[in-house]
Write a protein that binds this ligand. Structure first.
Ligand code: PMP
Ligand code: GLN
Length: 409
């Protein structure tokens, strides 16, 4: 048997690490092609640390959804689903949009099922942008946005979110729109900051999108995970529907992040363009899981209210622990994540701290600068993101461990 070939890795900027389109697919923290989530989860596993880095729950979602997946497998739903998704899931997505938001996408032409929100984001961007186009996002931004904008050969422009509320600097937002802005890619509730944008901010984005005649792609995977104000889909705002593609996913709502069932909705012509790209990315995936998520989307309102109430309690437990450990805590209005400023502990570099934290106290987190371009990274240099989608006892243990940090720095 041949031993595995030893690769000697060249410097991080080697040309073959870049795509033809110019996207640098190094992990944001600088190692070869591994995302920050993968890096921190691997580090947590190696050190036995509590993983409050990558956002995934440590408990499964509802038993009836799992039973529906098993029943689907048993009943033979094991071959390719149609490219646009199982009809029952497209109908369930449309019914969900109507029940919660009064939106009425046609399940035949205005809904497609994707391999998680990740594929929906990729297919939508690849369908609409290329070299010469600008895609505008808030900053910090979810990591796949920058990578896919680069893969498409487009230019990524950003408007900063400003702590402590992580609302946009409106003057900077307006100045960031140009005649080349083809897409404004929103994320609300917002990862990594946990911000939920108020109506006036979203409405201003829509007005600017109309003025500059650009498309809105809105990533709303945390739509059911808000603490207080209920979720306001961009597509419901005046002037938005005709130019908006809305993306969501089962992972966060139902605690099945590994199933990778996502979807998007929007006007027929836009959805058809995304579908054209999507069929050459994965064609389709997860047939029995699609069937099961159709069951999930039809769960009663109490289920959806329950998940945000449970998560809000977890947010508060971890936030109290982080405050007691000496961090400045930015209370999130939605998502799985709470951000802290580590500066009160005398820390200047959150990337360095995130790499040391598992060994120091046995907790892993994600540094916020990795969700930024260099200027934004400088602004968020001392910020760390912690996930609170974990069992209460796990959060309490993490808080106890973090309380020992000051003595170890
Ligand atoms: N968008 C955001 C803002 C996310 O946080 C995530 C991670 N859940 C995704 C997209 C990817 O979702 P999925 O796992 O469904 O691909
Ligand atoms: N969305 C998850 C997070 O922000 C990570 C998903 C992934 O690993 N790509 O933590």
């Amino acid at each position: 048997m041949h031993p595995p070939r030893q690769l000697s890795l060249p410097a991080a900027t080697a040309p073959w690490q870049r795509t033809a389109a110019g996207a640098n697919l190094l992990g944001p923290a600088g190692q070869l092609g591994v995302t920050i989530f993968e890096e921190m989860t691997t580090l947590a596993a190696r050190t036995g640390a509590i993983n409050l880095g990558q956002g995934f729950p440590d408990e499964d979602g509802p038993a009836e959804i799992k039973a529906a997946a098993m029943a689907a497998i048993e009943s033979g739903a094991n071959q390719y689903a149609p490219g646009k998704g199982l009809p029952e899931l497209r109908e369930a997505v449309a019914a969900h949009q109507a029940r919660f938001y009064g939106l009425t996408p046609d399940p035949l032409t205005e809904v497609i099922v994707t391999t998680g929100a990740t594929e929906a984001i990729a297919a939508a961007l690849l369908a609409f942008v290329g070299p010469g186009d600008e895609v505008l996002t808030f900053e910090p931004f979810y990591d796949s946005y920058g990578a896919v904008i680069g893969l498409a050969g487009a230019t990524h422009t950003t408007a900063p979110l400003i702590s402590p509320d992580f609302l946009p600097d409106m003057a900077a937002l307006e100045a960031a729109f140009t005649d080349r802005t083809r897409v404004v890619l929103l994320n609300n509730p917002h990862n990594p900051t946990g911000a939920v944008f108020p109506r006036q901010v979203l409405q201003r984005v829509v007005e600017l999108a109309v003025k500059f005649d650009c498309l809105i792609i809105t990533d709303e995977v945390y739509e059911h995970l808000t603490f207080g104000a209920s979720h306001l889909p961009v597509a419901t705002l005046p002037g938005a529907a005709e130019r908006t593609i809305t993306i969501s996913s089962a992972g966060k709502t139902f605690s099945f992040t590994g199933w990778k069932i996502g979807w998007l909705t929007g006007p027929e012509q836009l959805v058809a363009a995304v579908r054209t790209v999507k069929q050459f990315l994965t064609y389709s995936s997860g047939t029995p899981f699609q069937a099961a998520i159709a069951t999930g989307l039809a769960l009663p309102d109490e289920f959806f209210q329950g998940i945000s109430a449970t998560l809000q309690k977890k947010r508060d437990i971890l936030s109290d622990g982080l405050r007691a450990a000496g961090f400045d805590v930015f209370t999130p209005q939605g998502t799985y994540f709470v951000n802290v400023d580590t500066a009160p502990l005398g820390i200047a570099d959150a990337v360095d701290l995130a790499r040391r934290l598992p060994a120091l106290v046995g907790v892993a987190a994600i540094p916020v600068p990795v969700f930024c371009h260099p200027e934004g990274a400088a602004r968020t240099r001392s910020l760390l993101r912690f996930a609170f989608c974990k069992k209460v006892e796990v959060l309490e243990e993490a808080a106890a461990r973090l309380a020992t940090l000051t003595g170890k720095l």
